[in-house]
Design a protein around this ligand. Structure first.
Ligand SMILES: Cc1ncc(COP(=O)(O)O)c(C=O)c1O
Length: 417
């Protein structure tokens, strides 16, 4: 498994090898392992956006809205069917993950009056903790942060023991942003909802990387990013999911005109659209939505099961090479070793991880990312990463550490890591 020829054989046998051609990729370098932060540009997106800007914005100007109005729901439906296991009309794409998390958390808290505890994982992505902390403060509630295993992630038992009649809302990531640990969505959802609390999932690091079955899990609420594995582009709007049965029960706090029943009557007072429609707020990002639609179509051609199978094989290769080459050099595995418990990326831990990460970028033409305090994240994205790229990146990593390359680098952190 440590021979390059092994990776070459995996590439030759890869049923998804043709999908790489659907992306803009500068050949032969760099080796890009950061698609869990920002996915690559699909070629179709270039064409779609050029046509949109030139013909629709340039040509039709405001009349373009006749077609654009339906985009948040149409793109949501495509995501629901291909990647989220949700029904039509349960997902919309609008605003950012941070804003959507806020909106759904408020809606959930309003549905559980009298309960005063919000639960989240202590190593949850910062924006989630900040949003929930701010909300708890504003409403006189308590945000309780659960200590979970830094490698294996949140276990059903961690959540179950923290539940009680006081808990209003639990918010967790399906795939942890640092470790890549995959939470048991169905079991946790059942435990939380069984205790009478609302459950809100952050699917940012899961969508497009692992199969998700929101309906099957009985999930109530979810949000997630589209610029990672879905390749929607920098700052592309996020999605939100509200289970059909809850849509007319819950109220979200931003009563914008796009959520109004007869929007262009410009009337008063606010009269929310039925269904998912009142979760819309203001004017949607048309450029972002069109880019997401193009990205989702490219991935849907492969299907999430095939993407997951390749992703698992890619991360297994990372781990096999870590064990053979990097463990002896002082790296520890920061992700679950069991592929069934892992999402699409692998974290390797090292006390000098920041400088090693910089050395990889600056001296070895490999792009991973760094997450404080000691993790290098490697995301070999199934849609466009080759097994030989994984092998080459790991080979460069071990050589660079063996040669002490990082020592000359400035330990001061750059603004974006
Ligand atoms: C788990 C998770 N939630 C939320 C976000 C932030 O989303 P946004 O900045 O688009 O609001 C990220 C971004 O990486 C994330 O990883």
């Amino acid at each position: 498994m440590t021979e390059r020829a092994h990776a070459e054989r995996l590439d030759a046998a890869d049923p998804l090898r043709g999908l790489r051609a659907a992306f803009e990729i500068p050949e032969p370098e760099p080796i890009y392992l950061d698609g869990n932060s920002l996915g690559r540009l699909p070629k179709a997106t270039l064409e779609r956006l050029s046509a949109l800007v030139r013909d629709d914005w340039g040509g039709r100007v405001v009349r373009g809205w006749d077609a654009w109005m339906e985009l948040p729901v149409r793109v949501g439906d495509a995501l629901a069917a291909g990647f989220l296991g949700a029904r039509p009309g349960e997902v919309i794409v609008s605003d950012s993950t941070t804003v959507n998390l806020y909106r759904l958390a408020v809606a959930a808290l309003q549905a559980r009056p009298g309960r005063r505890v919000v639960l989240a994982a202590a190593d949850e992505f910062p924006t989630d903790r900040y949003v929930l902390g701010g909300l708890a403060e504003a409403r006189g509630l308590e945000l309780r942060l659960l200590e979970t295993d830094p490698v294996e992630g949140v276990a059903v038992g961690d959540v179950a023991t923290a539940l009680g009649p006081d808990v209003a809302l639990v918010c967790l990531s399906h795939v942890n942003y640092r470790s890549g640990a995959l939470a048991d969505m169905a079991a946790i959802t059942a435990a939380v909802q069984g205790a009478g609390a609302m459950m809100l999932w952050d699917l940012s690091h899961a969508v497009g990387a692992v199969p998700i079955d929101l309906n099957g899990a009985g999930a109530q609420l979810a949000v997630g990013c589209t610029y990672k594995y879905l390749n929607g582009g920098p700052g592309a709007p996020a999605f939100l999911y509200v289970r059909r049965e809850l849509q007319d029960v819950l109220r979200q706090p931003i009563q914008g005109w796009f959520g109004q029943r007869d929007q262009f009557a410009m009337g008063h007072p606010y009269d929310p659209q039925p269904g998912i429609g009142h979760f819309l707020t203001g004017t949607p990002s048309v450029l972002g939505l069109v880019a997401i639609e193009a990205g989702v179509e490219v991935l849907a051609r492969a299907g999430i099961e095939a993407l997951r199978a390749k992703s698992t094989a890619l991360t297994e290769l990372v781990i096999a090479l870590w064990r053979a080459w990097l463990e002896p050099l002082g790296f520890t595995l920061g992700s679950p070793a069991d592929p069934a418990r892992r999402g699409g990326h692998v974290a390797l831990r090292h006390p000098d991880a920041y400088r090693i990460d910089r050395a990889l970028v600056e001296r070895a033409n490999v792009v991973p990312d760094f997450r404080a305090p000691d993790r290098i994240r490697l995301a070999p994205v199934a849609a466009y990463t080759r097994f030989t790229e994984v092998w080459d990146a790991m080979d460069r990593l071990r050589r660079l550490v063996e040669a002490g390359e990082r020592v000359a680098l400035d330990p001061a952190r750059s603004r974006v890591t």
